[in-house]
Design a protein around this ligand. Structure first.
Ligand code: ZN
Ligand code: ZN
Length: 80
């Protein structure tokens, strides 16, 4: 018979581990104390849409978040 082991998955880095203690404070991989809280989804600089697949683009000494859609648009638009 298999015993199911309780595991914890870090919502920040997706690392899954078996807790040794009942009291878990840190993700063993990314050391985040907030492993049980997902990161706030970033907002797209251009359309304001929130996405988990945001890419940071550096332009004009600033960092912008771009959602996949706006990234595609930007790639098709060579003028920018
Ligand atoms: Zn983690
Ligand atoms: Zn966008």
């Amino acid at each position: 018979m298999e015993i199911s082991v309780p595991t914890i998955t870090c919502k920040r880095c997706n690392y899954t581990w078996v807790p040794r203690k009942a009291d878990v404070r840190l993700c063993p991989k990314c050391r985040s104390a907030r492993f049980d809280q997902a990161r706030e989804p970033e907002k797209c600089f251009l359309c304001g849409q929130q996405s988990d697949d945001m890419k940071q683009v550096i332009g004009n000494a600033q960092v912008y978040n771009l959602c996949p859609e706006c990234r595609e648009k930007k790639e098709n638009d060579n003028g920018l």
